[in-house]
Design a protein around this ligand. Structure first.
Ligand code: GDP
Length: 363
């Protein structure tokens, strides 16, 4: 099954990339997410984003709209279906995975406040990303706080910077150099994204303001192009399930539920899943319902879910089932399809969710 799932993967069928936002407190992680969401909502009809469980799904149509201001973007062929951005900045599910399995995130945004440079938690995040070998781009945020900054939204950030007065440009250059030096002290090459000599060995800095929205289009464009050029293989859709439990939550009327990020594969109502529990054991349970929020007209309406028969990666989904109380968040789930008997299977690592399906169900 595994071999077959592997064989059927193709670069012409990519899944959405899962993106995490990391960085020191107060650098603007939440604000960047808000801005991405709000701009997306305002971009309106053109492939509106959907608020999912624990994540925001930004479809490629929407990204096209938001990146129109980026110079040279018309030459880019968009091949991923979108970005799935994990909502909770610095969520434990990311750091819990430090020493285990592969990372939940395909790519990360590391937020640095241009006025402060690298701070304690920036360095912690950096080490985490290095350890997980997770590629990332840096949002060099709060550029609007540079001396005498004049805001020009709806323009490529390169043009916005070169249109600033000489003092502002000087301050920008000085602060950017300082950040690049601080990266060098951490043993990393960094460069402004438009001066980056080699994106494989230099991390790109994208000047942004989460308040004015400047640079956000450039950030999205860079995420998409980097994902496509560096991660095409990893992003090929596979029937082999890969998912992570973000949270275990009791919901009135539903009982204990788990919020998952389905990174690859698909989940169906009625699937039998095996999950590791906090006491070192495991539970076998059947998915009673797969829940996603109502399509969004405005931002999130609480506890208003729609049931789905099937959910295909990458998406955020809430699972309602019996016996979920002891399931542990922050674990990687994986699936063995093809009628696997779950008990006695390699749950030993305590990390896996197994889904039992008969072979004909898989097609
Ligand atoms: P987090 O702790 O990293 O999630 O940071 P927040 O998103 O909560 O932002 C911390 C503070 O910085 C808030 O007061 C934000 O309004 C402010 N902030 C965030 N991004 C920007 C920005 O680009 N420019 C300015 N001027 N302020 C910002």
């Amino acid at each position: 099954r595994k071999a077959e799932a592997e064989k059927n993967r193709s670069v012409s069928n990519l899944r959405a990339a899962v993106i995490c936002v990391l960085g020191h407190v107060d650098t603007g992680k939440t604000k960047i997410l808000d801005k991405l969401r709000r701009t997306s909502v305002q971009a309106g009809e053109a492939g509106g984003i959907t608020q999912q469980i624990g994540a925001t799904n930004v479809p490629i149509e929407n990204i096209k709209e938001q990146t129109k201001i980026v110079r040279g973007i018309s030459q880019t062929e968009f091949r991923i279906p979108g970005l799935l951005i994990i909502d909770t900045p610095g969520h434990a599910s990311f750091s819990n995975l430090r020493s285990r399995g592969s990372s939940l995130c395909d790519m990360a945004i590391l937020v640095v406040d241009i006025m402060h440079g690298l701070e304690e938690q920036t360095i912690e995040s950096l080490n985490l990303l290095k350890a997980k070998k997770t590629p990332f781009v840096v949002a060099l945020n709060k550029i609007d706080r540079l001396y005498d900054w004049s805001t020009m939204s709806r323009k490529d950030v390169r043009d916005i910077i070169s249109s600033q007065g000489p003092n502002t440009q000087n301050e920008f250059q000085t602060r950017t150099k300082q950040v690049i030096l601080q990266f060098a002290e951490q043993g990393m090459n960094a460069a402004l994204f438009y001066e980056n000599p080699d994106p494989k060995t230099y991390v790109s800095l994208v000047p942004t303001s989460a308040i004015t929205g400047e640079g956000m289009g450039n950030l999205l464009a860079l995420l998409v192009t980097n994902c496509q050029s560096m991660l095409a293989k990893r992003l090929m859709f596979s029937e082999e399930l890969q998912a992570t439990v973000l949270e275990v939550k009791a919901i009135t009327g539903l009982g204990t539920t788990i919020d998952c990020i389905l990174v690859n594969g698909r989940l169906r109502e009625g699937d039998t899943v095996v999950m590791a529990t906090s006491d070192g054991g495991s539970i076998v349970t059947q998915i009673r319902s797969l829940l996603m929020p109502q399509p969004m007209k405005e931002l999130r309406v609480k506890n208003d879910y729609i049931e789905h028969k099937e959910v295909v990666a990458a998406q955020g989904v809430k699972i309602a089932a019996k016996d979920l109380e002891k399931v542990i968040a922050g674990k990687i789930l994986s699936v063995e399809s093809g009628g696997v008997v779950c008990s006695g299977q390699p749950i030993i690592s305590g990390l896996n969710i197994l889904v039992a399906r008969s072979p004909d169900e898989v097609e």
